[in-house]
Design a protein around this ligand. Structure first.
Ligand code: ATP
Length: 306
């Protein structure tokens, strides 16, 4: 029996690793939708990251040739800085993050990391240096400690706990019946959207990638949670080249540059303050968002009273 149970355990282990790996990627990018035609160039080298500067140079892209999504986008995320992409729904914000991961090849222009065209380096080396805090994190059916450690499997317990603290989730974990050993996921405790996002932030803190993509949650969070998440995100993005895909505007205020996408082009760009001063598309999006947030907050207060 012993002879049989060892390989079975091993198969179980492999199965779990593969399945969980897939869940992670799928949830980020709907891998099943992604065409698999992107291939490494023969003899491609590994990306050599010096400081993690990103550049999009006249990038043109369409999923379907009949419908261009990006029609010549140029911007730079200097090493260690934060650039936020905003714009109406469907403008192509998440597409930009997929292109940086090279899940698709662009039709014209170039995307470079530290001066190296991402088509010239191995996909594995490219994806290794990019950390992603996705919109919605699917948790594994395992302990909360495992879910955080997933960012770097070799991380010792103290580092897992430190990451949880930085991500502002440790307080919540300490109140759970089994602390860090509490089971989460579909068969365990269900975490809220904000809690799951903080687990994803803790993972990323452990992974410590030089480049970070924050795909901000579309769903509304209450103001207190949003502030907690914001301060966790500020910590994780410090000193890292960060691209924020902002579906809401709450995380963009402090960005070094905000890029406003519209109809496949950059309609406006600048800091929060300068864009508000322009009284253009960004300023009107900001006004609308603020009204919506205030309405949500009033509704919540009414509900809490009941
Ligand atoms: P939102 O804020 O609503 O998430 P977004 O700006 O992030 O929007 P994208 O997800 O980048 O928008 O999508 C841009 C456009 O590309 C949309 O019109 C979308 O329908 C289309 N699109 C996205 N993914 C695919 C795909 N795999 N195949 C074909 N079209 C796609």
């Amino acid at each position: 029996l012993m002879q049989l149970s060892v390989p079975l355990n091993f198969i179980g282990f492999i199965y779990r690793e593969v399945r969980q790996g897939l869940t992670d990627i799928e949830q980020m990018f709907d891998l099943l939708d992604v065409a698999q035609e992107v291939q490494d160039k023969p003899g491609a080298n590994a990306l050599a990251v010096t400081d993690g500067a990103i550049r999009f140079n006249d990038v043109h892209f369409a999923y379907d040739p009949a419908r261009p999504i990006l029609k010549g986008i140029s911007f730079e995320v200097p090493a260690g800085k934060t650039v936020a992409i905003v714009g109406p729904s469907g403008a192509g914000k998440s597409t930009i993050s997929r292109l940086l991961f090279r899940f698709y090849d662009i039709q014209k222009g170039a995307i470079t990391v530290d001066g190296q065209d991402i088509r010239d380096v191995t996909q594995e080396s490219l994806r290794k240096v990019i950390g992603m805090v996705p919109q919605d994190t699917v948790l594994f059916n395992d302990t909360i400690a495992y879910n955080i450690r997933y960012g770097r499997m070799s991380a010792p317990e103290e580092e897992v706990e430190r990451a949880a603290e930085l991500a502002q989730i440790s307080h919540f974990i300490k109140l759970l019946p089994d602390g860090y050993r509490s089971m989460v996921g579909e068969r365990g405790l269900k975490l809220s959207g904000g809690e799951k996002q903080r687990v994803a932030i803790a993972r990323t803190i452990l992974k410590a990638p030089p480049i970070l993509i924050l795909d901000e949650a579309t769903s509304a969070l209450d103001t207190a949670t949003e502030q907690e998440i914001q301060s966790a995100l500020d910590i994780v993005s410090q000193g890292r080249t960060t691209l924020v895909i902002a579906h809401r505007l709450s995380t963009v205020i402090g960005a070094d540059e905000i890029i406003v996408l519209k109809d496949g082009l950059i309609a406006e760009r600048g800091t929060h303050r300068s864009l508000l001063g322009k009284k253009g598309l960004y300023a009107s999006m900001w006004d609308r968002q603020r009204e919506a947030t205030e309405a949500e907050e009033r509704l919540r207060q009414v509900r809490e009273k009941d």
